[in-house]
Design a protein around this ligand. Structure first.
Ligand SMILES: CC(C)(COP(=O)(O)OP(=O)(O)OC[C@H]1O[C@@H](n2cnc3c(N)ncnc32)[C@H](O)[C@@H]1OP(=O)(O)O)[C@@H](O)C(=O)NCCC(=O)NCCS
Length: 233
């Protein structure tokens, strides 16, 4: 697979498949991934993990020219998986929500988040924990329909940011400043965070209806290309 220096490739794929394909994907997992899969209490969570990791291995294998089962991962302080073979220069990040996953691949550090957009009874209290004053004003000055859309847009942008840095929720999401003037209109949204020097660019990407997705990339000239994978591909 050809990846140019400014490219960010995004794959969306379902987290369900036939039993036969599920077995093929499970066979691609490393011993530690199989051990992790075995620990899930609920079968549906095991299935989603296996499909996510299996697909991740297949897609990365296409870029690396390697059999999927030969790929090795390492993990950051907060669990971010990266390729053990740093010489390849390939970076990736995976996200899942409900029955859909999204994977970003680039030569730049990336973070991705996808969310299934369901109405929330406790939206106000969650928003007050993760958004700052200007973000909250924009959210609660909006109509109810627009509010749900903006809630998930802000959420996916902030989570993509903390997944790019690898900090996860060890970083308080309120420390990330989304430019409210640009968030509704700009294609790429520059995000700021006091102690992080590099510029992080955020972009919403198109995916399956009912879901929202955002990608964060440390490259101001990035171009996003989206791909979909069906159940049986
Ligand atoms: C990273 C985090 C934001 C992901 O939340 P989530 O709701 O599971 O979100 P997503 O589905 O978008 O992402 C999960 C995927 O991101 C990747 N991931 C895991 N940890 C990550 C991190 N710190 N940064 C970026 N990506 C990470 C993995 O590929 C994971 O899926 P997989 O394990 O099935 O392969 C959240 O799990 C978190 O904050 N973890 C931090 C935990 C931590 O700090 N613990 C304290 C130290 S032990």
């Amino acid at each position: 697979m050809n990846l140019k220096a400014t490219d960010v490739h995004i794959y969306s794929f379902p987290l369900h498949c036939s039993e036969a394909l599920g077995q093929q994907l499970a066979a691609l997992l490393s011993t530690d991934e199989q051990q992790r899969a075995a620990k899930f209490v609920f079968e549906k969570d095991r299935r989603k993990f296996i499909i996510g990791r299996g697909r991740l291995r297949q897609i990365l294998g296409n870029y690396l020219g390697l059999p999927p089962e030969n790929i090795s991962f390492e993990y950051g302080a907060h669990g971010k998986p990266t390729l053990a073979d740093v010489a390849s220069g390939l970076k990736f990040n995976l996200s899942h929500s409900h029955e859909l996953a999204a994977l970003a691949v680039s030569i730049h550090e990336v973070g991705i988040d996808i969310e299934w957009c369901r109405p929330m009874d406790n939206m106000k209290s969650v928003a007050e924990k993760v958004y700052n004053d200007s973000e909250l004003s924009l959210l609660f000055d909006s109509s109810p329909d627009k509010r749900i859309e903006l809630f998930y847009k802000f959420w996916t942008c902030k989570e993509a940011f903390i997944k790019l840095t690898g900090e996860g929720f060890s970083r308080d999401p309120q420390t990330i400043q989304l430019p409210t003037a640009e968030i509704c209109s700009a294609d790429w949204i520059p995000a700021k965070c006091e102690e992080i020097q590099e510029e992080v660019m955020l972009k919403e990407f198109k995916t399956v209806d009912g879901y929202k997705g955002a990608v964060a990339v440390a490259e101001s000239k990035a171009r996003v290309y989206t791909f979909g994978l069906g159940d049986s591909e």
